[in-house]
Design a protein around this ligand. Structure first.
Ligand code: BJW
Length: 239
């Protein structure tokens, strides 16, 4: 019997759009209403922490509301992972919790998690489902004015990069779903996978910035494409 094959999947905001969450760079995306330099850099947080906390508080309230739930794309990835005999790593740039709600297990949130907060002083990480306020004290060190969303802003190092690159270097298949390919280092993962000799596939609504780097691409909504594509892979294997 052939050895089970190793898969890395990268997801971006497009996979959560059909769940009711905005993407960043589409016409109705987040960056059409707020400026990156006002809400998504460490400098913005130092300059105006109330503004930045409010930006994340608003998005967190929506995420924990009854309005938002995993869609068929999240569910299909979890179902595929449960049945796949080889290695499977899901790397998401998303800070929502829809992959874990769908049942995904081996998951890295490389840009952090909206439902966690971190102390800038001592690094303690806590669950955070309610509004985070500038005056919220750190539960570990007691400092005031130091709690921030546990997310990765521009200029900060994404999480678990060593583990991600190790998986990319060992993968046979790399699939990128619902990401525009504008933000590094995630936008460069396809090249790492290619260097490892992996098959590379893009599933997106439209060609991403790095579309020509993928061997195969299928365009359409993730809620339809992902169940179809991974259903076929589960049935037919990687050949
Ligand atoms: C659908 C769909 C449907 C819609 N179905 N598809 C020059 C100067 C300064 C810095 C840099 C520079 N060049 C590079 C950098 C680095 C910088 C960067 O990339 N900048 C670029 C903008 C140029 N990157 C960083 O600073 C990162 N850190 C870093 O590099 O550290 C050093 C390092 C070096 C080497 C190794 C490792 C590290 C940090 C980046 C942090 C990004 N943070 C954000 C905010 C996170 C928290 C939050 O959510 O608020 O992350 S920005 C935002 O963009 C968010 C996303 O995760 C990220 C990616 O966006 P994504 O997911 O691709 O969304 P969209 O909207 O762009 O695309 C959606 C796609 O879906 C579209 O294509 C649609 O068509 C599609 N779609 N509906 C399927 N139904």
């Amino acid at each position: 019997m052939a050895e089970p094959r190793s898969i890395v999947v990268l997801t971006g905001a497009g996979i959560s759009r059909e769940s009711g969450l905005h993407t960043f760079r589409d016409a109705d995306g987040i960056w059409a209403t707020v400026k990156i330099e006002d809400v998504a850099t460490p400098e913005a947080f130092r300059r105006n922490p109330i503004r930045v906390q409010e930006f994340y508080n608003t998005r967190r309230r929506k995420l924990v509301s009854n309005e938002i739930a995993p869609n068929p794309a999240h569910l299909a990835l979890a179902e595929f992972e449960a049945g796949w005999p080889g290695a499977f790593l899901l790397v998401t740039q998303n800070i929502d919790d829809l992959h874990e709600r769908a049942g995904s297990r081996n998951l890295i949130h490389m840009h952090g998690e909206m439902l966690k907060a971190r102390c800038d002083r001592c690094g303690n990480i806590v669950e955070c489902r309610a509004d985070l306020l500038v005056e919220t004290p750190c539960a570990a060190c007691g400092e005031l004015g130091v709690m921030r969303p546990h997310v990765v802003w521009f200029g900060e190092m994404p999480f678990e990069m060593d583990r991600i690159y190790a998986a990319l270097e060992a993968c046979d298949l790399f699939v990128s779903i619902g990401t525009s390919g504008n933000v590094y280092p995630a936008a460069g993962f396809v090249q790492s996978a290619r260097m490892a000799g992996a098959r590379t596939v893009e599933l997106n609504l439209e060609p991403s910035e790095g579309a020509t780097l993928f061997e195969e691409a299928i365009y359409g909504p993730a809620g339809t494409l992902v169940p179809d594509w991974f259903g076929t892979l589960a049935r037919d294997g990687m050949a």
